[in-house]
Design a protein around this ligand. Structure first.
Ligand SMILES: [Zn+2]
Length: 198
């Protein structure tokens, strides 16, 4: 077992050999939310960083072979108390050990960003911009025209028919799609309407 140490991205775990064998069968209904019986297999095993325990990777699949392509889930377990306190196993293609402290720092950053973007979205400037978009959409004569406008400015990824199914009115759409990304597009594409002079 080797570690490619990279503090920011977690430590990559490579296992000397995979040892696939069925370790458990989970019957449907034994776990909340489970509707299919599943097989849990151990697919890899290696020593933990301190050497006092092991890291085990499991693979869970439905227990009927014909549906094996439906879904599968992998997860890791650290059997060493010392290392389990310091690390968690993350699996996304590769197996990594991530320090719990790094995860915490990441979580705090996301939290901070969410708080800041919420403040921006509630600001008077943002409200004015969203109202500008509502006015622009209300000026369109049909749902098709609204969709053309939104797609043209990269504000919706929906097809026209899917968009029609979700569309209620301009206020509702803006409320549902409020975000920093939308503010940026309004600033870039929807100019201030000239004040009408009588
Ligand atoms: Zn350990």
């Amino acid at each position: 077992m080797t570690f490619a140490t990279d503090a920011s991205r977690g430590e990559e775990v490579s296992f000397a050999r995979a040892t696939p064998h069925l370790s458990a069968s989970v019957k449907a209904g034994n776990r909340p939310g489970t509707t299919t019986s599943t097989d849990v297999s151990e697919v890899a095993r290696g020593a933990c960083p301190c050497g006092g325990g092991e890291i085990i990777v499991y693979l869970e699949t439905p227990d009927h072979g014909w549906s094996s392509r439906q879904w599968q889930r992998r997860w890791g377990e650290i059997t060493c108390g010392t290392c389990a306190t310091e690390f968690v196993v993350q699996i996304s293609g590769r197996v990594r050990l991530v320090r719990r402290s790094d995860l915490e720092a990441q979580r705090r950053k996301v939290q901070e960003w969410t708080t800041q973007s919420d403040l921006v979205l509630q600001s008077e400037g943002a409200i004015t911009l969203f109202q500008r978009l509502v006015a622009r959409l209300k000026a369109e004569r049909s749902v098709a025209a609204v969709w053309r406008c939104l797609s043209h400015y990269g504000m919706t990824q929906y097809s026209e028919s899917a968009f029609r199914k979700h569309w209620k009115d301009a206020e509702d759409w803006v409320k549902e799609n409020k975000g920093i990304w939308l503010l940026e597009r309004i600033l870039a594409h929807i100019p201030v309407q000239p004040t009408q002079v009588h």
